[in-house]
Design a protein around this ligand. Sequence first.
Ligand code: ADE
Ligand code: ZN
Length: 371
Amino acid sequence: MKGADERFQSEANSANIMSMPAAATDALTIGNALRALPKAELHLHLEGSVNATTFAEMARHHDVELPPHSHPAELFDYSDLAGFLDVYALVAASMIDRRDFERVTYECLERCAANGARHVEMFFSPEAHIEHGVPYDTVLAGITAGVRHAEVDFGLSCLLIPAINRELGGLRAVEFVEMVLAHRTDDIVGVGLDFNEIGYPPELFVDAFRLAEQAGLRRTSHAGEVGPAQNVRDGIELLHCERVDHGYNIVQDPELLAECVASQVPFTVCPTTTTFTTDHRDLSAADHPIRVMYDAGLNMTVNSDDPTMFGAELTDEYSKLNRLMGFSFDELAQLALASLDAAWIDEPTKSSWRAEWASDIECISARLDEQ
Ligand code: ADE
Ligand code: ZN
């Protein structure tokens, strides 16, 4: 039975282990098994998760001019981070009404659930909407409504991480955190720091992150994606980040890598993103940073970042690690459990979910072994 609001016409959650092939004789493919793996999605941007058709519809509705295209999917075309962020800004500019935010949040979480995500910690980019005259409370109210509907309809949980746009500088970042705190709800779990690292190093954001920390918000930052390994160190040491988003360039600093292996600070890696925004476009290369980070013993979680805009859902990310990087099902199951451990939820909940997830993983694994 669906929740009260049928407006967004969901499909059934196809990741439920109950929906795996029922009879022992029915083949369970590695793809189905990876889809069914219980996962936490910890690095996902709402605005990077909008369907191309939803984007085109919202843009038409709000008279936002789009580049010429014969199909909405063609709008998602870029070859580096800066080009991607331009289109990301256009998607954000097409989200105006509270209902737009509710709709994209619901659609995004529907796909998360269909990919086996049972818990999501979702970034959103308030500045990209405020810039177009949409107040923060409209953004937050719409997203929160979408989360509530999705939680009922898909049985997952979702916490929110408003992300600081580093390209607006340190002073604005302080005002941003003040705004976030003035509208704080239980859904807001922490703050992030994203957009282009080049020219906007972590040290600019010490005051903003101190304010967030003093108010009890959790902290994470994009670092070492297109910027140097030093940004990873500074994110941890200056901003007191508890997770690192991306972090690939850590492989250029063996000392820092060893320190992060020792501390087990979680890195939320996004395989497909590396093929768009970094120089590491061959996932099967033996020296791909994700391979090197994992082999070094870093605490790593697998995530989708901007799934519609980069054309890969969460299951695809696990599947790419299997097909292109040689990760076994058991290793991927351990990474799925690591995503739960790295989530910002309370320990009692985590420990009860850990037992549930481990038991579901055992079932899935046993089905794979039968073949
Ligand atoms: N915002 C959304 N995706 C991002 C990425 N990969 N890097 C920096 N900022 C982002
Ligand atoms: Zn990201």
